[in-house]
Design a binder for this molecule. Structure first.
Ligand SMILES: Nc1ncnc2c1ncn2[C@@H]1O[C@H](COP(=O)(O)OP(=O)(O)OP(=O)(O)O)[C@@H](O)[C@H]1O
Ligand SMILES: O=c1ccn([C@@H]2O[C@H](COP(=O)(O)O)[C@@H](O)[C@H]2O)c(=O)[nH]1
Length: 348
């Protein structure tokens, strides 16, 4: 009895503390996340390579490095006093005695609520959280904060090949074959995002879900952190150094930022194919994939995003003579034969 009373008291104290910190936290304004993301996305899509300088620098300052953020306003004076002086002071009127009796249902309701709240908090604490996306976040938009101190890997040691092409062109299929024959690590940005979406305790589940269903590009901070962490794990734990990064970068800001803070790519393997063929493949895959975006409505949106947002990335690398183009419309084996013959000298 004594023990249970003590534990209830502890729970009450903890709950009161949590309620206090919650009410403090609510005073800090946060940008409406998804709206900020959407604004960011539309701003990003307005950035043209030629005019990217000032606008992009300002974008990076605001959304990537977290500088120029608005400071949260100072909380108003916490020592609030009532106009009639401190509550319960010597001159304060005393309540009639039976008011105490009337108060007990409220005390009971508060106690039950507080104990339940404390139990929920305890339960949350026990759930293990995988450190997939680190806690360091930008205060303004809730996205992971990216470093801005140059590439983390040296391209002499760590080789990255980007693999691009329309939805369903066969990027994943060809990567699997290259992994088997040449010992690459295959990192699919889409797979990493889907994994993060369903990870217990993630802050980004709803965000990723919405972007994938709409065929839009998840804010680059999330994807770059996932890729960087996956690369680090493979390098540290398995001594790997050759990476196929599949389905990334799909937007210019991702391409620029990844090469700036992770590592410059060797080249981009680009699979080309007509939309009819890709649609047939995706609808066929959709019968068993369980993917929320393998349906006609999402497929059309993905094609549009690919043409408007991802093709500029291919063109950008093409301008640097860093694209190897392969016809993805042939059979799986025929495509693979072309891949190997095009890049044989760079596969070792
Ligand atoms: N050359 C090919 N000929 C016929 N079917 C193919 C070919 N390549 C892949 N497929 C099939 O098409 C579907 C899509 O392939 P895959 O998942 O490799 O594409 P993807 O480009 O990685 O797609 P996404 O971008 O949507 O992830 C799969 O069911 C795969 O088996
Ligand atoms: O860099 C990326 C890569 C992917 N996405 C989102 O994921 C889906 C699915 O990607 P697949 O490569 O087809 O598995 C894609 O349509 C995007 O919504 C992303 O946001 N950023």
């Amino acid at each position: 009895m004594n023990v249970s009373f003590r534990s209830t008291t502890r729970s009450l104290q903890r709950a009161t503390k949590s309620l206090h910190s919650l009410s403090q936290a609510r005073q800090i304004p946060r940008g409406g996340n998804l709206r900020t993301f959407r604004e960011t996305q539309s701003f990003q899509s307005n950035i043209r390579l030629s005019g990217a300088t000032a606008a992009h620098r300002s974008f990076v300052r605001n959304y990537v490095t977290g500088q120029d953020q608005q400071q949260p306003p100072k909380p108003s004076n916490p020592q609030t006093t009532s106009a009639s002086g401190p509550i319960g002071g010597p001159g304060a009127p005393r309540p009639p005695k039976d008011d105490k009796l009337k108060a007990w249902p409220f005390v009971l309701i508060f106690a039950i609520g507080a104990v339940t709240f404390a139990a929920v908090l305890d339960n949350k604490k026990e759930r293990p959280k995988m450190p997939v996306i680190p806690a360091a976040k930008s205060d303004s938009d809730g996205l992971p904060r990216l470093r801005d101190d140059g590439p983390i890997f040296d391209p002499k040691d760590i080789k990255v090949i980007f693999v691009l092409g329309g939805p369903g062109v066969g990027k994943g299929t060809q990567c699997a074959k290259l992994v088997k024959d040449y010992g690459f690590v295959h990192l699919s940005a889409g797979d990493l995002l889907r994994e993060e979406q369903s990870r217990d305790g993630t802050d980004y589940g709803d965000l990723i879900k919405t972007y994938i269903r709409e065929g839009k590009i998840v804010p680059m901070e999330v994807t770059i952190v996932l890729l960087e962490n996956a690369m680090k794990r493979n390098i540290d734990q398995n001594g790997k150094s050759k990476f196929l990064i599949d389905g990334f970068p799909r937007q210019m800001d991702q391409a620029l930022k990844f090469e700036e803070v992770v590592v410059p790519s060797q080249f981009t393997l680009f699979f080309d194919c007509d939309e009819d063929t890709m649609t047939k493949r995706l609808l066929e895959r959709g019968k068993t994939s369980g993917r929320s975006d393998d349906n006609m409505e999402s497929i059309l949106k993905r094609f549009r995003t690919f043409k408007e947002t991802s093709m500029p990335v291919v063109n950008y690398f093409e301008g640097q003579k860093k694209v190897v183009k392969v016809d993805g419309g042939k059979s799986i084996d025929a495509v693979y034969k072309d891949v190997v013959s095009h890049i044989a000298d760079r596969l070792k």
